[in-house]
Design a protein around this ligand. Structure first.
Ligand code: ATP
Length: 310
């Protein structure tokens, strides 16, 4: 008897990500920017439970009921389920339950994790048995960060961030995540970056349309040395995110003052990732920041991508 037939539901867990490095190049004609990024999957997870149903439906918990997460076909998990059904000519639907832990619009790819989890869950529930390569293709059609949420670990993303290559990363890195109640819209942050570059004349010469991740970033990951990584972490979007949310620069300063090695805005923000030397230091810095009224989450990476639980 198949897993799906025995249980009639499948539970998948997928990680949020931080961008250890994010280089943003020129804008393509289709509006997308060339990227060179290093993703790291961290131990903050989205849970998606797929149950057999005749129609498609979705519930979401763990977030404010304020409309920030769409419950219709705009939801990436719903789109993932329907895309898989179409691609495999599966008849019938699914009742999806999403339990969110990754902050919404936080620059941590929570929606992408939901989409990756929904793909894996529905594939198992429906017994469609797609190859990893086909799942990857469907994931890429859903969004640039979705393939990474499938694979997890530490990976270099180029193109729009969707051309993935695993990066060698030794050991474990400890991060404190300073999240924000208020999200930042990814297109708004990219738009502000374009404006800032225009103002600075940085686009006077043609910006490069393809980029590479600097060697010191890859070297630091390979050695597993957090001090080396602290010197190498960088995000080209940070100036735009800080311009829109000046408090993010203060958060980084406070994190470093409390003992973190370095801090960086993750993706388009507003989540700030503070790199710590080891788990004990992370705990100490977390306590100090709590005394100051902040409430950062202690996570570690790299962790695995979307996985069936139980
Ligand atoms: P991006 O992937 O655009 O960089 P992000 O990681 O900052 O985004 P997400 O939480 O993934 O943030 O969501 C961005 C937007 O996508 C939300 O504001 C919401 O409107 C929409 N969205 C679609 N599906 C989901 C989902 N399953 N969970 C959260 N948001 C979703």
């Amino acid at each position: 008897m198949s897993l799906a037939a025995a249980t009639r539901s499948v539970h998948v867990r997928a990680p949020g990500k931080i961008n250890v490095y994010l280089g943003v190049g020129g804008r393509h004609d289709d509006g997308y920017h060339a990227l060179a990024t290093v993703f790291q999957a961290v131990s903050l997870y989205e849970d998606v439970i797929a149950r057999e149903a005749d129609d498609f439906s979705l519930t979401v918990s763990g977030v404010e009921d304020d409309g920030s997460v769409p419950l219709d076909d705009r939801n990436l998990a719903m789109r993932a389920a329907k895309l898989l059904a179409t691609a495999t000519e599966h008849r019938g639907g699914v009742a999806l339950e999403i339990r969110k832990s990754v902050p919404v619009a936080g620059g941590m790819g929570g929606g992408s994790a939901d989409a990756a989890a929904a793909l894996v869950a529905c594939d198992a529930l429906w017994g469609t048995g797609l190859s990893p390569a086909r799942l990857h293709d469907l994931a890429a059609r859903l969004g640039a960060d979705v393939p990474f949420a499938l694979h997890g670990g530490t990976a270099v993303g180029t193109g729009r961030g969707d051309q993935l290559n695993p990066a060698l990363a030794r050991g474990r890195f400890d991060w404190l995540l300073a999240t924000s109640a208020e999200g930042l819209s990814t297109p708004t942050v990219y738009g502000r970056l374009d404006e800032l570059r225009d103002e600075e004349g940085a686009l006077a010469d043609d910006p490069p349309l393809s980029l590479d991740v600097p060697i010191p970033v890859l070297h630091a990951l390979r050695t597993g040395d957090p001090w080396q990584l602290a010197d190498a972490i960088h995000n080209d979007l940070q100036a735009a995110a800080v311009d829109l949310r000046p408090d993010l620069a203060v958060t980084i300063e406070r994190g470093v003052a409390a003992g973190a090695l370095a801090g960086v805005v993750s993706g388009s923000g507003p989540t700030v990732a503070l790199l710590c030397a080891d788990p004990e230091t992370a705990q100490r810095v977390q306590n100090t920041l709590r005394d100051e009224g902040m409430d950062p989450l202690h996570v570690h990476g790299p962790v695995a991508g979307a996985r069936i639980i139980g």
